[in-house]
Design a protein around this ligand. Structure first.
Ligand code: SAM
Ligand code: SF4
Length: 456
């Protein structure tokens, strides 16, 4: 009983708008005015020298979807006109060519991730044209990890077999919730049977890592229905499960998320209960909790990386990212050279225009200062390993940091031992709040409009 009271008190106290820390600095605090394509390219050379490797991870953003799910926070473009496929793939290949003309290093591709939008909106032949167009210009590492995000409703047998033949072994299916009431509210109706079928086909063909995305905190979601969703998910035994907190950011995504009322959203306490119940069921089913919103079978790479403390977090969430250089292709895609970030044009028409002009289609970015790099490391440590040590010669004012963390320390959600900051089990739901104490940009300026979703 005491525990419930405490947890409710903490939720009220710590449920504030805050970043998900898929990058540091977070996008709203990027210093666009201190950024240029030329400086960005310099950070790529710095990356190669610093990490002494020619490995490369590629993220390719494929933005189209056949219909709009009203909860969706992704950069997507809704259309039923599949004539858009070929020009978009051509533009991505052109972008790759432009990038290669500016940065003529030899690369070994360690990873390709197709995200969206819906990669399986595209026909298998267009996807094949894109992948081969890239892999014939660089060498593909024998251990390369190739994966794609798939909408179960648009994933055909041919998608699965063509991509498998191209070397893809990982697929993540967007599930969200099986409760018909929730599905109706978010405009995303798909039966468990249809998911089970495509899941099994992927398994039979030989996909070695199958992931399911669930979201908690969706409109109309209730504990009973969500337990059913979790049980159905477990019955298929995916290798990984992402259990995302519903990010309600209607001010960014416009009308898309207004298809339901705010009254339809579960309270912060119910939302936490949804997570905690799902977590208990996953742990009972032998899944390991990873970071703050992932679960994996102990045999999965993500679980192994977490155990070996090599887990990474980037714009796609928790990953086993193989290379210190991530290049994003396609509209809105983000690249990360560790020393800098760059984001492509977010409007498709702007993206096409820049490509037509033969330019890198980057619209904004950030060059990390030494202070940014240090804080980035701490935030990454906290998000991935729940512990970080601030060295004695750090530029971080440790007394000030301890002061900022004092309420969390008093509540048993953070422990400071000498200069090591640890987030114990009880503090994991609030790890983003702990990171916010390190975030120098968050303290230096206030955005004029709401920017982040709630931390709980
Ligand atoms: C690009 S989508 C997945 C691929 C495909 N379009 C689909 O819907 O199946 C990536 C995932 O992001 C998650 N997502 C999208 N919008 C979200 C939001 N507002 N809050 C939390 N998670 C969200 C969903 O779990 C979704 O499956
Ligand atoms: S959830 Fe997936 S299919 Fe639905 S709108 Fe978002 S990206 Fe498209």
């Amino acid at each position: 009983m005491l525990q419930t009271t405490n947890s409710e008190r903490f939720i009220t106290k710590y449920n504030v708008p805050g970043p998900r820390y898929t990058s540091y600095p977070t996008v709203p605090y990027w210093k666009k005015e201190q950024w240029s394509n030329r400086d960005w390219l310099k950070t790529l050379s710095q990356n190669r020298l610093h990490f002494n490797t020619n490995s490369l991870s590629l993220y390719i953003h494929l933005p189209y979807c056949d219909s709009l799910c009203t909860f969706c926070g992704c950069h997507k473009h809704i259309t039923t006109n599949h004539a858009v496929e070929a020009p978009y793939i051509t533009a991505v290949l052109e972008e790759w060519g432009i990038f290669r003309s500016f940065f003529q290093e030899s690369f070994e591709l360690e990873e390709i991730h197709l995200g969206g939008g819906t990669p399986t909106f595209f026909s298998p032949s267009e996807l094949k044209r894109m992948i081969t167009g890239i892999t014939e210009t660089v060498s593909l590492s024998p251990n390369a990890q190739l994966g794609f995000e798939a909408h179960p409703g648009s994933t055909s047998d041919e998608h699965l077999s063509v991509l498998l033949d191209l070397g893809f072994s990982r697929v993540s299916f967007g599930i969200q919730d099986y409760d018909p009431i929730v599905q109706k509210a978010i405009h995303r109706e798909q039966s468990f049977e249809s998911v089970a079928l495509v899941h099994q086909k992927a398994r039979n063909l030989g996909y070695s890592s199958i992931s399911h995305d669930l979201v908690f905190g969706l409109p109309k979601q209730q504990l009973e229905g969500f337990i059913e969703t979790v049980k159905k998910t477990i019955s298929l035994l995916p290798d990984r499960i992402s259990l995302y907190s519903y990010a309600h950011v209607p001010w960014i995504k416009g009308n898309g998320q207004r298809g339901f009322n705010d009254d339809d959203l579960p309270t912060a306490t119910t939302k936490r209960q949804l997570y905690e119940t799902a977590k208990r069921l996953f742990l009972e089913a032998n899944y390991v909790e990873i970071g703050m919103d992932h679960f994996a079978l102990p045999t999965d790479d993500l679980a192994i990386a977490a155990q070996q403390k090599s887990l990474h977090r980037n714009f796609m969430g928790y990953t086993t990212q193989q290379s210190p250089l991530l290049i994003g292709l396609g509209m809105s895609a983000i690249s990360d050279s560790w020393f800098g970030f760059a984001q492509n044009e977010k409007k498709i028409s702007d993206y096409f225009q820049r490509i037509e002009k033969g330019e890198l289609p980057i619209t904004r970015g950030h060059l990390l200062t030494d202070a940014d790099l240090e804080i980035r490391t701490h935030i990454l440590n906290l998000m991935c390993r729940f512990e970080t040590t601030v060295s004695a010669d750090s530029t971080i004012d440790f007394d000030q940091l301890s002061e900022l963390l004092k309420p969390m320390i008093d509540d048993g959600l953070v422990i400071i031992n000498e200069r090591t900051v640890t987030v114990p089990e009880s503090g994991i739901p609030f790890v983003r709040n702990c990171c916010m104490a390190f975030d120098a940009h968050l303290n230096e300026q206030q955005p004029t409009k709401p920017t982040f979703s709630q931390t709980v």
